[in-house]
Write a protein that binds this ligand. Structure first.
Ligand SMILES: *Cc1c(COP(=O)(O)O)cnc(C)c1O
Length: 404
């Protein structure tokens, strides 16, 4: 039983560092109020500040209706990978719609390719483009899926500090690689801040590099029509390779890469996490067209505005609490997105705080190393356009009580 002994030892070590994670099962749709079965086996309705469903589309009646319609037209699974027989007209329409969305930002008829998840899209881009002739310049706070992509890639990998343009410039200057790939989250998933994309693109142009942008948390949220970080900054360049997930603000699941047609054609030929996996449900691709429609229409515009008002209300409230109670040593991250982390410090302290909030009926996840740096454990508060002002006030009051 050497394996079990080995694993039990490792599990004890995880527990000793207050790093044990556990599952809870939701019994109702993703929404600010959700019925959740906890570790104690009891189901309770909780006020959730943890999903990435920023626009509240996961529970939108038109999305559910589109899924039903998709199931009626396309049935269940796709049956095979895209290149065998799993690619449906629904996937094709989704890709065409996304390519049109990003045509203003990636000039000369970009193409889009759909993926089952953002994780797989990131592996695809980094492993296919990051070959032995390439060098990848990777931002320090990139998402785990990008880090795993750099680990699987044959390219040399150079890491630069968070938003450290001077360090990136020095690395680019020193590089002799034939292909240079800068890769960054657009909105940092555990911090909520936005990468300096215009400056990164200027460096890419200066050093003949390409800029890979993972817009998992900007898609749907940033930009006047929700097209994300590229629209937010009004960037335009053939050197942009955009990755977006469709499981967050788009309210469903899946992901896409939008880029120059040649880049996409190469991914189709070479990316193993595209080629060797079953295509997503056509019904989901079908429903995603409704989701794009909601994001760019009045619903999206109203919900983005609502999100900004909620962010301000939360930041004002936490700011006042921290001013009253400086001895707590907490810090609210400097974020203008729905990801609003409250940095608490120790692992045990953050988990105590999360547990106290849960006692009060609120679910705000504690995030610990290795997801964030040691000593910077935090509550990752995420807002959803369907939260009410009273929900925010409830969270503020519960934080105040938990810190007393
Ligand atoms: C969530 C996330 C991903 C992974 O996307 P999935 O579709 O959930 O696999 C990739 N990058 C970032 C920055 C993310 O936050």
């Amino acid at each position: 039983m050497s394996l079990l002994d080995h694993l039990e030892g490792k599990l004890r070590a995880i527990a000793a560092q207050d790093l044990t994670r556990f599952l809870r099962a939701a019994e109702s749709p993703t929404a600010p109020r959700q019925r959740v079965r906890g570790a104690d086996g009891l189901t309770r309705e909780l006020l959730m500040f943890c999903s990435n469903d920023y626009l509240g589309l996961a529970d939108h009646p038109r999305i559910a209706q589109a899924l039903i319609e998709g199931a009626e037209v396309y049935g269940g699974g796709s049956g095979a990978s895209h290149l065998i027989s799993g690619h449906s007209i629904a996937h094709e329409r989704l890709e065409d719609a996304l390519a049109a969305w990003f045509a203003p930002y990636i000039p000369h008829a970009p193409r889009a390719l759909s993926f089952c998840t953002g994780y797989m899209a990131n592996l695809a881009v980094l492993t296919a483009l990051g070959d032995a002739e390439a060098e990848i310049f990777s931002e320090a706070l990139n998402h785990a899926s990008l880090i795993d992509g750099t680990r699987l890639a044959k390219a040399k990998v150079s890491r630069y500090g968070h938003c450290d343009l001077a360090e990136l410039r020095a690395l680019l200057q020193a590089s002799t690689a034939r292909v240079k790939l800068i890769v960054t989250d657009a909105v940092f998933s555990m911090d909520g801040d936005i990468a300096p994309l215009p400056a990164l693109l200027a460096l890419a142009e200066e050093f003949d590099a390409w800029l890979i942008v993972d817009d998992a948390h900007g898609f749907g949220v940033l930009g006047k029509t929700g097209r994300g970080a590229l629209e937010h900054f009004d960037l335009s360049s053939e050197r942009l390779i955009l990755i977006g997930t469709l499981g967050k603000a788009a309210g469903l699941s899946g992901a896409f890469v939008a880029a120059h047609a040649t880049v996409i054609e190469y991914l189709l030929q070479a990316a193993r996490s595209y080629i060797f996996t079953t295509a997503s449900l056509p019904a989901v691709a079908h429903a995603l067209l409704t989701s794009l429609d909601l994001i760019e229409g009045d619903t999206g515009a109203q919900r983005r505005e609502r999100l900004r008002a909620l962010q301000q209300r939360l930041r004002r409230g936490i700011g006042a609490l921290l001013q009253r109670r400086p001895e707590l040593g907490w810090r609210l991250a400097d974020s203008e997105t729905p990801v609003q982390p409250l940095i608490v410090g120790g692992n045990a302290e953050v988990m105590r705080l999360a547990a106290a909030l849960e006692q009060e009926g609120l679910r705000v996840p504690g995030i610990r190393p290795p997801t964030v740096p040691k000593g910077e454990a935090r509550l990752r508060i995420t807002l959803c356009a369907t939260h009410s002002d009273a929900d925010i006030d409830h969270l503020l009051a519960a934080l105040e009580a938990a810190s007393a």
